[in-house]
Ligand binder design. Structure first.
Ligand code: DHB
Ligand code: FE
Length: 280
């Protein structure tokens, strides 16, 4: 049977992708950021999954504001890295496992999640920057990727609690897929940041570190954080953290934290990164 063997969370700042692509990762500013991923880069060499379910958000790259699905599952055979205005990133194509994606979509609908199906979708920094951080410079990604795009850009965004429920449903769906597959689930975005308005530049390390602590064994509290709380405490783009809750719920009740990293600043964002192992 398929099994979720680990969960990874990471910020997905586009400037990290630019620094990586331009070979500036050892610059004074960027080195501490990239150093924070060295542990996980080594770890994943021995723990390469067959498939990653990658929760991220599109930043008006594939989905302009004419159509904004709340939860959208990638169904295409392949996904091209998006041109976000300065050309396509020079990173590999992203290939799907359509059997598992189809199974998850069907199980989610059975579980009363009305998931949107994306038969064509370019994937932006929200998805490709985490892949670069984890796998480095490669000619092809070492695993298949099922993109799960979450609306965090256009009001009304889903609640953290709804994301939690989605993660739990994904866990059930993967557990009844008959093929032996090593599956990881990644949650991307966050931590605190605000890119716009008078509070642009807001970072809240107290909020972020409490979130990291509670991600291990205080998840009841995290599920109660409202969209207004995220806006107030973690800035307008801190809402991306709800995608971490999908990841966390998919791991089940108990987890072990294998690795944690927190660093400010990276562009406008507090970078957070954890590697979690499910214990049951
Ligand atoms: C930044 C962070 C993001 O998550 C994003 O999507 C865009 C920009 C930033 O810190 O600049
Ligand atoms: Fe983002």
């Amino acid at each position: 049977m398929a099994k979720i063997t680990a969960g990874i969370a990471t910020s997905h700042v586009p400037a990290i992708g630019a620094a990586f692509d331009q070979g500036r990762d050892q610059d004074e500013y960027w080195k501490p950021v990239f150093d924070g991923y060295e542990w996980a880069k080594e770890w994943i060499k021995d723990n390469t999954p067959d498939v990653v379910i990658l929760c991220y958000n599109d930043h008006a790259s594939a989905m302009m504001l004419d159509i904004v699905p709340t939860f959208a599952l990638g169904f295409a055979e392949e996904f091209e890295p998006a041109d976000e205005g300065w050309g396509r990133r020079d990173v590999p194509m992203v290939y799907n496992n359509t059997d598992l994606a189809g199974h998850i979509a069907e199980q989610l609908v059975i579980d009363n999640f009305d998931i949107t199906i994306m038969n064509q979708m370019d994937v932006d920094h929200g998805l490709t920057v985490p892949l670069s951080l984890m796998f480095g410079r490669v000619s092809e990604w070492p695993c298949k990727v099922i993109p799960l795009a979450v609306n965090v850009t256009q009001f009304p965004t889903p609640s953290g609690e709804r994301c939690w429920q989605l993660g739990a449903a994904i866990r059930d769906a993967v557990a009844c897929f008959p093929e032996d597959l090593n599956v990881q689930i990644w949650g991307t975005g966050g931590m605190s940041h605000q890119l716009q308005g008078p509070r642009a530049g807001l970072i809240n390390p107290d909020f972020d570190n409490e979130f990291l602590d509670k991600l291990i064994d205080g998840t009841d509290d995290l599920r109660k954080i409202t969209r207004l709380d995220y806006l107030r405490e973690s800035g307008s783009e801190g809402i991306e953290l709800i995608m971490w809750l999908i990841m966390r719920a998919a791991l089940g009740e108990k987890v072990e934290e294998l690795h944690r990293f927190y660093h400010v600043p990276a562009s406008n964002t507090a970078v957070g990164h954890v590697v979690l192992k499910p214990l049951d």
